[in-house]
Design a protein around this ligand. Structure first.
Ligand code: SAM
Length: 235
């Protein structure tokens, strides 16, 4: 046994090194979430957590527990509430040529009911009194009426994980008024569509910035093979 351990650490094969790096390295998505919340807490960008594209709750649960962890040392985000925006029916019909271009995404993919999502949150120890779900297709529900109904004032951290250009457009238009000086926006699928700037979240984000010259974006952290994030500023 001693010999085996010695062998592993003295001349580890690539496979073993990869195994150990997976086991002992923190997950890059967890690191991203922690850094987004740390930035918001340190910079006192108080506001809510908004996630667009929640599926079974994986990243949403991660956000909640990251917040609890950050609160242990910094109370700036103590008033945070958590908003989950999703069709709860998976991806919509993919109509645009761009969203169909690489065949990466399919209608109905990532379907999870609202009930299952809430049950997953409860099982994972999330305080659902702080959570609101907004069910529906973004092009239908992300509107003035929903904005008037929700008590959100500002967003601290926004997580966009809805895969498609056509989904990112209404999401970005909806969040415009919630952007504070220092809001962190995370795009989970930034480098999908072969990393092309004229597709997916990249295209929606650059168009949104052009429509909103009062907002500028500072490149923040890239994470895993497809994610990217920005700090938004009010000019
Ligand atoms: C990749 S999944 C989200 C994964 C989740 N963030 C996680 O880490 O497990 C994409 C989600 O976006 C939602 N979605 C995509 N486009 C949408 C649209 N136009 N309207 C409503 N929901 C949409 C889907 O229902 C799905 O739950």
């Amino acid at each position: 046994m001693k010999q085996l351990i010695k062998k592993i650490f003295s001349s580890p094969s690539l496979r073993l090194r990869l195994f150990f790096s997976y086991v002992f390295h923190p997950h890059p998505d967890e690191v991203m979430m922690k850094e987004a919340f740390e930035f918001a807490a340190h910079s006192n960008v108080s506001g809510d957590y908004l996630e667009f594209g929640v599926w079974k709750g994986r990243s949403f649960i991660r956000a909640f527990h990251t917040w609890k962890y950050i609160l242990l040392n910094n109370r700036n985000l103590s008033g945070m509430n958590f908003y989950a925006f999703d069709s709860f029916e998976g991806l919509p019909e993919i109509t645009s040529n761009e969203d169909n271009a690489t065949g990466e995404f399919k209608k109905g993919e990532y379907s999870c009911s609202e009930e299952e999502f809430i049950a997953n949150l409860k099982n994972a120890g999330v305080d659902t009194a702080r959570v609101s779900t907004i069910k529906g297709w973004y092009d239908k529900v992300l509107n003035k009426e929903t904005r008037a109904r929700l008590p959100i004032k500002k967003a601290s951290v926004i997580y966009v994980d809805a895969d498609l250009y056509e989904s990112a457009v209404p999401v970005l238009d909806f969040i415009t008024d919630y952007v504070a000086d220092g809001t962190v926006i995370v795009f989970d699928d930034w480098y999908c569509y072969k990393g092309r700037a004229d597709m997916g979240e990249q295209k929606a984000f650059s168009e949104w910035l052009s429509r909103n010259p009062a907002i500028s974006a500072l490149q923040y952290k890239q994470f895993n093979w497809k994610g990217n994030s920005f700090i938004l500023h009010r000019n």
